[in-house]
Ligand binder design. Structure first.
Ligand code: BG6
Length: 486
């Protein structure tokens, strides 16, 4: 077992919810499998149900059957299930927290309180934890995104939480930061001089960041319809990727040093508001269509036939960064539900050479491209021009791909999920992969201004067919700049 791992009580608020079942419990199982969990660690599921422990253990088993990439191993399960405890607790009844107190280990276990619930419940949970005096220095709290619905509500929640826990105890999650390929971005940029020295507006023409999903809202309409794609994906995942692509090299890999560099970028983002929101952003909502040969319903049908909604399920934005390094380089962000395929990628386009020496052979030199595939088929591709090796023509050029594949078909090795990495970091008490208060503040400021712009301009989502790449207007966003989505 990993020596720095300490025993903890891992308390999951919202243990019956989607996140716990899909991600947290399977990740904990894998950490067990790979022996990252201390022998005295316990997992305590908190929820509203008059359940015996066995009923909780059944729920966990079902979740593992549904969401592990493999069959449950008997030996691991015996060990894992012996750690599970259930606590019946309604967070709005403060005395219920005494049930939790009774379960907690009297030993000096670290207390990890994972709030896998909407952020408007966080303050009540903190109050309850204070009541049973487990907001002490052994306690950590883990907050899921989106935190608040805008800057104002975020600050209200955050200020109240700070009455019970101090900043060093708070872990704000953006699960993208735990993905292997996202961590690799730092290595690609800061461990390779080839890229380190060729990473600014002298050489880069434009950047595209796409996170597209095939899934719709999958029964999460209560949550999603109030939030929309901008708050669900852009305010956190897409902005974080943008920051990792554009921040300057940090002094070291400490959370503070990384945060300092990210904040500089957030403060250099050019404001988008009612003056330019129509030119710089496109929003859409999916109608029915076909994905993987199956007919899928429209967003409105999913949320309930008689409902109307102006919630966006697609966003694309042109972002400009007003600093020396990035001035003049447009960053195009795009994300949507029910799109053509599940894909997350970053595409870096290099500037064209000023003169084409091979004019007789090729009319226009295509741009070099660096494609960083985050998921699926994780890898890195570089598009470069080469000679076709033959006698016929001295300078016949062709575009080739240098393809570094991290993903191997039939590879039996386990690929860690982002949540495994993040839970491990929380258990170790290392905060580098979590988001600071300042980052969230700055990102809300930028996002609020766009959302307010949409309201002021009465912009409503443009309908797009499920299975497409979003509204045609999203293509025009680039066409107007004489560019195209990759
Ligand atoms: C979550 C969003 O944060 O990220 C979901 O709330 C989205 O709406 C999910 O589907 C996508 O994550 P991943 O890891 O599947 O790309």
């Amino acid at each position: 077992m990993n020596k720095i791992m300490k025993a903890c009580d891992f308390i999951i608020f919202g243990t019956k919810g989607d996140l716990a079942k899909r991600k947290l419990l399977p990740s904990l199982y894998y950490l067990e499998k790979f022996k990252y969990i201390h022998k005295d660690t316990r997992i305590i599921g908190v929820g509203r149900a008059n359940w015996k422990n066995e009923e909780y253990i059944n729920l966990v088993k079902k979740s593992l059957i549904n969401f592990l990439n493999e069959k449950i191993d008997k030996k691991i399960w015996i060990k894992f299930s012996s750690r599970l405890k259930f606590c019946n607790l309604d967070i709005y009844h403060i005395n219920n927290f005494l049930n939790l107190k009774n379960i907690l280990n009297k030993k000096n276990n670290i207390l990890i309180n994972y709030f896998a619930m909407p952020s408007n419940t966080f303050v009540d949970i903190c109050k309850g934890l204070k009541k049973i005096k487990i907001n002490n220095k052994l306690s950590r709290i883990v907050l899921e995104k989106p935190l608040g619905n805008n800057l104002k509500t975020y600050n209200q929640i955050n200020n109240k939480i700070l009455k019970y826990f101090n900043e060093s105890q708070i872990y704000r999650i953006d699960h993208y930061l735990g993905k292997e390929t996202i961590l690799n971005l730092l290595i690609l940029r800061f461990a390779n001089n080839l890229f380190f020295s060729n990473w600014d507006n002298n050489i880069i023409d434009s950047v595209q960041i796409t996170i597209s999903e095939e899934v719709g809202i999958e029964g999460r309409f209560e949550y999603f319809d109030k939030v929309g794609q901008m708050r669900d994906m852009v305010q956190n995942h897409l902005l974080q990727i943008l920051l990792l692509i554009t921040m300057s090299i940090p002094l070291n890999l400490n959370s503070k040093s990384i945060k300092n560099e990210k904040i500089k970028i957030l403060r250099s983002l050019r404001c988008i508001d009612y003056n330019n929101v129509e030119k710089k952003t496109v929003i859409g909502q999916y109608t029915s269509g076909i994905i993987n040969n199956k007919t899928v319903s429209s967003y409105l049908e999913e949320i309930g036939l008689n409902k109307k909604s102006n919630t966006e399920t697609f966003v694309s934005i042109r972002v400009d960064i007003d600093n020396f390094k990035w001035s003049g380089v447009p960053f195009y962000l795009r994300t949507g539900k029910r799109l053509n395929k599940k894909l997350s990628e970053i595409v870096i386009y290099y500037k064209k050479l000023p003169i084409n020496l091979f004019n007789d052979n090729i009319k226009e030199l295509p741009q070099n491209k660096l494609i960083i595939r985050l998921q699926p088929n994780e890898g890195i591709e570089i598009h470069i021009l080469n000679k076709i090796l033959n006698l016929k023509n001295k300078y016949n050029l062709q575009l080739n791909k240098l393809n570094l594949n991290f993903y191997k078909k039939n590879d039996k090795n386990h690929k860690p999920d982002a949540y495994e990495r993040l839970i491990l970091e929380i258990m170790k008490g290392i905060k580098t992969l979590f988001i600071s208060h300042e980052e969230i503040e700055e990102s809300w400021k930028w996002v609020d201004s766009i959302i307010n712009g949409w309201k002021e301009k009465k912009m409503t989502p443009i309908l797009y067919k499920s299975g497409s790449w979003g509204p045609e207007e999203s293509n025009n966003l680039l066409k107007n700049d004489k560019r195209y989505w990759n």
